[in-house]
Design a protein. Sequence first.
Length: 256
Amino acid sequence: MSCVSNPLSVYIPLRVTTQSDLNALAGVPCVEGSLTLSGADITDLTPLYNLQNVTGNLEVSETGLTSITDAFPNLDYVGWAVQFYRNHDLVAFDGFHALEQTGENIDFWYHDSLTSLSGFNALHTVGWSLEIGGNLLLTTIPDYASLQFIQSSLFILDNDSLTHVNGFQALEHVDWAFQIVDYSETLPPIDLIGFYNYFVRMPDGVYTGGGDFDIERSGMVTTIQDVIDAGGGDSTTTTTTTTQAATTSKFWSESF
């Protein structure tokens, strides 16, 4: 999706390292190429209020951002990836409420202070992987209520304080891997509620959704049946024994 001719659009990739340079982008509706925001001087994203389209990557890394409310409220398309990395002062993030799809990843990795992540209300397609990882204080993630398709993988990895993953009600398909994993040996298991269109058992006993399935924390493995018993997945699916549930999980990982 190219930028529509507009005198305020920018037709070259941009790397912004200071708040004053970011302020100069106020009113820009489209960036033809990638937009990188990186630098401790960057503390405010509101000048990008009017941004609607980035045809390349949108990267926000190693900034001085601390708390973000309603970031990128009009951005509805990113041609490649949305990447948030190592914003170590960032405590709370809310945004991307208009974003409908990306061509590649959505990543939130390695934020030392991040406790709350919300937004993405309109997102329906991730063109490659959705990854949330290495955020040790994170307790809340979006419910991704409109998300239907992840073209590669869902990775929620090594977020030590995350105890609940509730949502993903519309998710129908993950093409490659479905992993919610933390390798710490001292953490409680993660509670999963939701995924109503993902864990649906067909008449032949096969679960829909796709992808290799792995939910594991402290060496404790969560099966598909555990998710269903907790109120997630297809509510019409009958309860099975522990042995059957383990067999179902094995069948799932080998069948897609």
